[in-house]
Design a protein around this ligand. Structure first.
Ligand code: PLP
Length: 455
């Protein structure tokens, strides 16, 4: 029950905050968890209750909530140069160093980096780059953007249009020119008589058809998450990127990997595209880029796009785009430290070490008759609830099964996220074996309780 005393944190939050991405009836019934501080992978609320945050905040707090090295990197940079921009031929030394480092850790031999404050802005920036390029290269009609149903790319107007979610309709989005292809989720989208290989081939054929229908000369780019995150943790069907990559290449359509969630180790390699063995033309990064300790996004251009865009910008004498805080020195200093923490201080190793335990835990819970599928890669995973395992029939939406499971978990000190009919887990990379067991034990208790209620 929410604490309704007028001066309580919950009442103050409810009185003055406009909530986003929040189930309001649920908040009215249960109140708001007002978080005051963090301890490793746990957050503690203003009532002193501790929660294991199995979502790493919003997929981003990969080093947990109290990493001393990251806080120090921020403090040192605040003392040295607390803010600067990247306009008019000026930028901070931290920005220069971070771009070097990002190209170095990218899958590209060469490249260039542009900074934003968020993943959404990085996606919008990427589109403006592609549109700028089309006009500069005498192909101004190259404007359409291909993405997938269930893909999530953010909330700004273009990034929301890229996102393949039904709630876009509430805003009169997507804008024209955004085309959503089939979600590469074999378990849900595959036909009964279709093997996974045939399913992938069907999606490749669909891409060919869409390109033929629209005209390759009207398409600016294809943007895809290596593993869909907010779509419900959906790894691609077998061979998906190998099937679509050559088609896009043949038609001169850049493939952009939205690595906002996958990037920096979540899938077990530095980049999701490395896990799935394809090389995109550019990478969109955010979240773990700063381990969530600063709002920052980046577009990392591979060699070809970097060269073509640089030439286009030289011709135009300017690329008139950027944010006040693009390349913020504190964000860059934190990102430099975060990259070290993940790559050199054992976090990526821990993702790899924990993955078998994570997968075993998911597989064990998926034995429940009301879990239709477990899926995942590295330290991102999901369990999809079903009313009937054989027919894959979902529970009626009005039962709000995944929300009830997540709420029951919260009651027991575990934060996990309901996404559609799935429960999503993407814990911080610093988790111990014992904390992972705690996560699965609490989730198992919640699953049993809720399935007994709705069963
Ligand atoms: N792209 C992906 C794959 C994401 O998961 C998200 C956010 O969850 C975004 C883009 C948008 O990032 P932001 O919320 O920082 O705007």
């Amino acid at each position: 029950m929410p604490d309704t005393a007028p001066n309580s944190w919950e009442a103050r939050a409810a009185a003055h905050s406009f909530y986003g991405f929040t189930d309001l009836p649920s908040v009215r019934a249960r109140g708001t968890v007002v978080v005051s501080h963090g301890e490793g992978p746990y957050v503690v609320d203003t009532n002193g209750r501790r929660y294991l945050d199995a979502n790493s905040g919003l997929w981003n707090m990969v080093a947990g909530f109290d990493h001393a090295g990251l806080a120090e990197a921020a403090q040192e940079q605040y003392a040295r140069l607390p803010g600067y921009h990247a306009f008019f031929g000026r930028m901070s030394d931290q920005t220069v160093m971070l771009s070097e480092r990002l190209v170095e850790v990218s899958p590209f031999a060469r490249g260039r980096v542009f900074y934003t404050n968020s993943g959404s802005e990085a996606n919008d920036t990427m589109l403006k780059m592609l549109w700028f390029l089309g006009r500069a290269e005498g192909q101004p009609e190259r404007r359409k953007i291909l993405t997938r149903v269930n893909g999530y790319h953010g909330v700004t107007v273009a990034a929301a249009s890229m996102t393949g979610k039904p709630y876009n309709d509430l805003f009169g989005l997507p804008l024209p020119g955004f085309i959503h292809l089939t979600c590469p989720h074999y378990w849900r989208e595959g036909r009964e008589d279709e093997t996974e290989t045939q399913f992938t081939a069907r999606l490749a054929a669909e891409l060919e058809e869409v390109i033929a229908r629209e005209g390759a000369e009207t398409i600016a780019g294809f943007v895809a998450e290596p593993v869909m995150g907010a779509g419900g943790v959906i790894p691609p069907s077998a061979g998906y990127f190998q099937a679509i990559g050559p088609i896009l290449k043949r038609h001169g359509i850049p493939l952009i990997a939205d690595e906002v969630i996958c990037g920096f180790g979540r899938t077990g390699e530095v980049w999701g595209c490395q896990t799935y063995d394809f090389t995109p033309d550019a990478i969109i990064s955010s979240k773990a880029l700063t381990a969530g300790y600063f709002p920052m996004g980046a577009v990392i251009l591979g060699p070809e796009l970097a060269d073509r865009l640089q030439a286009a910008a030289e011709d135009a004498e300017d690329f008139p785009h950027g944010f006040t805080a693009s390349g913020h020195p504190v964000g860059c200093a934190i990102a430099l430290k975060a990259i070290d923490v993940v790559l050199n201080e054992g976090l990526l190793d821990n993702v790899r070490a924990l993955t078998p335990r994570f997968e075993a835990g998911l597989a064990r819970l998926a034995e429940h008759p009301n879990i239709g599928e477990w899926r995942g890669k590295g330290l991102m995973g999901a369990l999809e609830a079903v009313a009937d395992k054989t027919t894959k029939t979902p529970f009626p939406g009005k039962l709000s099964v995944s929300e009830r499971i997540a709420n029951t978990c919260t009651d027991h000190g575990l934060i996990c996220r309901p996404l559609g009919q799935s429960i999503v887990l993407c814990p911080p990379f610093i988790l111990t074996d014992a904390q992972m067991d705690e996560m699965f034990d609490k989730l198992e208790g919640a699953l049993k309780q809720v399935f007994a209620e709705v069963g």
